[in-house]
Design a protein around this ligand. Sequence first.
Ligand code: PXP
Length: 237
Amino acid sequence: MRLTLNVDHIATLRNARGEEQPDPVTAALIAEQAGVDGIVVHLREDRRHINERDVRLLRELITTKLDFEMAAVEEIIRIACDVGPELATIVPEKRQELTTEGGINVIDNILLLKDTIKDLHESEIEVSLFVEPDLNHIDAAAEIGADFIELHTGVFANALSEEEQFDELERIRIASKHAKKLGLGVNAGHGLNYQNIKIFRELTDIDEVSIGQSIIARAVIVGIKEAVQEMIRLLRK
Ligand code: PXP
C-alpha cells in the first residue's frame, strides 16, 4: 500500500496567525525525503488552508506526485488545468464543514462530473472520485471515465464497536474488489491513523491511502520525518 500525505493542516497552522510558517511546501519536501509516495492538498473555495501559491510551488518542487483535491466548480477546475497535478480527486465541498464529510453522490451529479472529468483529461490529468463504498456509485464512476476512486473510510474510522468496524471494513473490501474488476485504481482515506491502519492494511485491493490529520498531529510532537516513517513501517508490515 502506497502512502500519500495531506499537508492541509500545516497550512491551517500557518494561517491561524496570518504568519508564513510553518510552510506546507517545506513539510511536503521533508515528507518526500522520508518516503511518502505523493503529496495531497485540497484547495478549498474559501482558501481556509492551502492557497494558490502553495499549489503552484508544490507543483514546481515535489518529485513524487501531486494529488489535488477539489470541488467540481469552474474556478477550481481552471486552476487544476493550469497547474497540472498528476491526479485530481473530486470531493463534495460544503462551506460549513470542518472537513470533507463523505463521498460524492456520483449518480445525482453524473453530468457535472462527466464534464469535469473530460476537462481534466484534456489537460492530461487523471481523475479520482471520492466515493462511499457503494457499488452503484463505483459503477457510475467507471461509466463516466474516472481513472481512480478514493473510498471514504470515515465510517470505518469512526465506528463505535468492533462489529461496526468489521462490517464497514467488509463493505470497503467488497467495494475495492469491485472497482479493481472495473479497471479502476483504488485509493482510500479519511480518519486513518496509527491504530486503525493495522487492520486496514490487510485490504489487498487498495493501492494507496491518503492520510492527513493523524500524521500531521504526530509530526507536531516527533517531527515530519519520524511521523511519516512510523506510518510507512506500519503499512509495509
Ligand atoms: N481523503 C480525502 C478525500 C479527504 O478529504 C481527506 C481530508 O482532507 C483525507 C483523505 C485525509 O483525511 P484525514 O485528514 O482524516 O487523514
